[in-house]
Design a protein. Sequence first.
Length: 303
Amino acid sequence: MTKTKVLFLCTHNSARSQIAEGLLRFLYGNEYEVFSAGTDPTQVNPLVIKVMAEKGIDISGQYSKNLDVFKDVDIDLVVSVCRSGSKINCAICASQIVMGRPELITSRLPRAKDYLDHPFDDPSEVQGTEEEKLEAFRHTRDEMKAWIIDKFAYLSERAQAKTKVIFLCTGNKARSQMAEAFLRKYAGDHFEVYSAGFDPQPIHPYTIQVMKELGYDLSGQHSKDLAQYLGKEHFGIVITLCQKAEEDCPTLPDVSTRLYWPFEDPAAFQGTEEEKLAKFREIRDKINEKTKEWLKERGIAEN
């Protein structure tokens, strides 16, 4: 299924448009192919990379580009995010989303279909201490995130479809089973959730026991081999939970987001029966909190 192409535009392509590009790709990358550019590009501001990393979003690979790079690209939506970028430098003239043919097609982006002018204050203009500057970038980041969630979550009909998420670990007997159960419980309306392993083994009895303590019945779940999904299912999000899974995970088609959440393997812990159970509870609780934190970052309320 073809993704909607979105281009964020500002003067220098150093801060706001870079933040917007990173946020939209992180939040809804399965629905949108995202770019950013500038009318007078410079380089990505290091503070942008820093405040995005605070939210677990790595944009260190992004770089500033001139909008002319996209003159022959079929962009579905151009979004100007600065107060001068669209009206002065680009002559893109629009004040709201025009779903259809825009009122004015600029000569610099002749193949663009729709336009949106939504300006944000430039955090790069804030003067002060390093911490005061960082706070300005954080404010812009958070303001843009709220706006992107509001505007893009349901912009296309395809956004109504559930994104397929798969949790991977070696044996699919503990960590990935827990994560599958938590995400399905908290956000089953948003995601179709799976788990699998590279060397699947029966679900560990302690996994079933400690999850049951929280009201989760895993007796109906079973271990799966990742191989059974290859070429058959297309996962928008892949989350590996152990180092071996991260190293051995093959390149899966159509994956927009790949995350690494490393957790200890509770099944490898040595000790008394009670100590082993305590380790399973510890890992269970860490996975539970990580799942909640991730959903909060994506603006998804728990069911």
